[in-house]
Design a protein around this ligand. Structure first.
Ligand SMILES: Cc1cc2nc3c(=O)[nH]c(=O)nc-3n(C[C@H](O)[C@H](O)[C@H](O)COP(=O)(O)OP(=O)(O)OC[C@H]3O[C@@H](n4cnc5c(N)ncnc54)[C@H](O)[C@@H]3O)c2cc1C
Length: 550
């Protein structure tokens, strides 16, 4: 446990040394004594302590200092530590200033110099103040802290990245926490670059990228080897399953995930139809288990960098990464899944992350406790999202374009929505505008049949309107179907799409030999977690067959 600090400030070095000595003698066991010889030094020290998350119990500051008086120094220090006790060291002539400080800065006590003997003139006063401070203080969190604004999309992305990578952190909303707002301002100059990530060792990152954040929190971001038997792109259920089976069967396997293990499944609040979990399992839990399992077998999992391209230098397949690096392999598994389709509606783009979310955004749900939120979409993912949000929100309105949910949602979800009193389903409507300054305040929805537009006050809208394959890095490298999904196996021959060898393509093999595609990104995939997991593992059987040929 970090010891709370007593910060003593005096420009007279002899007096400061005496204060320090007396404070250490009495309080060393429970407190760390920090000394500063000017107001500026004190403020720098306090900012550094705040950055490290170290609590300050008491400021003991001399009133007579050049540049800034003790009262002025205290006025700045309490902005960072409003709960710390404030004591002024005064000379006889400073009494009026000290009395004024009681009103100005909530001074708790003033002590006349000299304070000898400290057992009578110093310790009783400080003991009393420190006891009061300890009784009311909430000791700070000693891990990673994310200081940002609820309305800053970058703050949302950083929190989402950390939580999806299972990195515990404390969220500090600078709109409601004035001392942290002061600190962030002092670090960034203004508040335009958010969030500020504060680490327990005193380090910080300002507005970090996923890769920067991943490296700082100790996630693997660089491949250990220049060559692997198999590289897997995408850490959703399909890719994780490939990694588990490849590594457990002795292959040197590298999985590259741009965001966080789990993929779409990782964003699901509760998966109820995955084999072996009768009470359901959260996507985050499933992702954590699978990632741990893959690593236990020796697979490497890189996070924070995307694969941006691939080329062929037979017998190698060479993958380029967004950090400029390259990794080569014999076999490549594309498991990049699908991404939510974005809605092209007036006002939406600037509010993404500031009340507008694609997908369930589990990290955000709790922030909308007791507020009204909306869900756009009528398929299973929208149903799951609405049920999850209904646990926090006062009310959830589902906006569905179809006439009912029956055409696109599983019956078990329809039944559950029907019995959840704080969900209302509005059918035959579409979202036409998102409005708000700085954050979402209301949406406009149009009745499909009458064309009438209505406005709905809502604090957040969660959009689930379908998905598109994520094939950007491979689109020109492998054959895709008319909708952009990667074609594999016998489909290539049936469609007459350029299979180059005499042998038949292996199961899940794409138009480039040795390159496989599994899961949602594959043309004709079943788009379920169990199917993705099955394909991911079965593809490794094909990888083994292929490796015998190189
Ligand atoms: C909210 C929601 C709830 C769902 N609930 C269920 C359910 O209850 N039951 C069920 O069976 N199915 C459910 N599904 C569907 C299921 O999640 C998907 O079928 C499954 O996740 C597909 O797995 P995948 O590995 O193929 O792809 P994805 O899960 O999409 O994973 C692909 C991964 O690849 C990464 N990636 C993409 N491009 C790159 C690149 N260039 N470089 C590096 N990484 C990249 C992505 O970041 C992503 O993590 C749900 C889907 C959603 C969105």
């Amino acid at each position: 446990m970090t010891k709370p600090v007593i910060l003593a400030v005096d420009d007279d070095r002899e007096v400061l040394a005496a204060v320090e000595r007396d404070l250490r003698k009495q309080y060393r066991a429970k407190y760390r004594v920090v000394a500063a010889s000017s107001g500026k030094e004190a403020l720098d020290a306090a900012r550094e302590l705040k950055r490290r998350g170290t609590p300050v119990a008491l400021f003991l500051v001399d009133q007579r200092m050049p540049v800034m008086t003790g009262t002025q120094v205290l006025a700045e220090l309490v902005k960072l530590y409003p709960d710390a006790k404030r004591v002024l060291l005064t000379a006889y002539a400073d009494t009026d200033a000290a009395i004024a400080a009681i009103n100005e800065i909530g001074l708790h006590h003033y002590l006349m110099k000299p304070w000898d003997p400290p057992e009578q003139r110093l310790y009783p006063v400080l003991d009393d103040l420190l006891d009061a401070w300890s009784a009311s203080v909430r000791l700070p969190y000693e891990g990673v802290r994310v200081a940002g604004s609820r309305w800053s999309p970058q703050s949302f992305l950083a929190r989402d990245f950390l939580s999806r990578n299972q990195i515990p952190y404390q969220w500090i909303d600078i709109d409601t926490d004035a001392p942290t707002r002061e600190l962030v301002k002092s670090m960034t100059g203004d508040l335009s670059r958010l969030p500020v990530i504060l680490f327990p060792d005193g380090g910080h990152l300002i507005g970090p990228t996923n890769a920067g954040l991943a490296a700082r929190v100790g996630l693997q971001t660089l491949a250990k080897l220049p060559f692997y038997d198999v590289v897997i792109v995408g850490g959703g259920p399909a890719g994780l399953s490939s990694a588990v089976y490849a590594a457990s069967e002795g292959l040197r396997a590298l999985l590259i995930e741009q965001d966080a293990p789990g993929g779409q499944a990782g964003t699901s609040s509760l998966i109820e139809n995955y084999l072996g979990f009768p009470s359901g399992v959260s996507g985050a839990d499933l992702a954590r288990r699978a990632a741990t399992q893959a690593k236990r077998f020796g697979a490497e999992l890189l996070v924070g960098h995307a694969v941006t391209g691939v080329r062929r230098e037979d017998p190698y397949r060479i993958v380029s990464l967004s950090n400029g690096g390259e990794v080569s392999c014999h076999a490549l598994v594309i498991a990049t899944g699908m991404a939510v389709r974005e809605l092209d509606v007036r006002g939406i783009a600037p509010l993404i992350g500031a009340g507008v979310f694609y997908g369930a955004a589990p990290t955000e749900a709790a922030l909308y406790r007791d507020q009204h939120v909306s869900v756009v979409g009528g398929a299973n993912s929208a149903g799951q999202g609405a049920l999850f949000l209904s646990r926090y929100a006062r009310h959830v309105t589902m906006l569905v374009r179809a006439a009912d949910l029956g055409s696109s949602m599983s019956q078990y979800l329809i039944d559950r929505i029907g019995t959840t009193s704080n969900i209302t389903v509005v059918t035959r409507v579409e979202l036409v505008a998102a409005c708000g300054s700085g954050h979402l305040e209301r949406i406009d929805m149009r009745r499909v049949d009458s064309g009438i537009t209505e406005t709905l006050d809502t604090a957040a809208v969660f959009i689930f309107i379908g998905v598109a394959p994520r094939t950007g890095a491979f689109a020109k490298f492998v054959q895709t179907d008319d909708k952009g999904f990667v074609m594999t196996g016998p489909d290539l021959r049936h469609a007459g799409r350029g299979w180059p060898l005499d042998r038949d393509p292996l199961m899940f093999e794409t138009s480039v030999p040795g390159v496989f595609a599994v899961g949602d990104v594959r043309s004709g995939a079943n788009r379920r977690i169990a199917a993705a997991v099955g394909e991911g593992s079965a593809a490794i059987f094909s990888v083994h067959q292929y490796l015998q040929t190189v």
